[in-house]
Design a protein around this ligand. Sequence first.
Ligand SMILES: [Zn+2]
Length: 92
Amino acid sequence: MDIAAERIERLHELARAAAADRDDDRARYYVRLARRVAERNRLTLPREFRRFTCDRCDAYLRPGTNARVRLQNGHVVITCDCGAHARYPYED
Ligand SMILES: [Zn+2]
């Protein structure tokens, strides 16, 4: 794993920890940093990162707190508090 990928992983952990502390602003800050590192290094963000972050407002999503999760026609639909929806194929 290269340094940029490690850095993204670290920022992901920090964002998750901030979200667990209900510090949404700090979580967003880490999410944005991670996106920037990925962009600058042309890396794809880890799937878990993409699933648990909002593309519109960069929130780190916590189902039941700032996001709702529904199953719909074989898809997982995650709705952020900002109103953005994300759909993913259902996988187990
Ligand atoms: Zn959002």
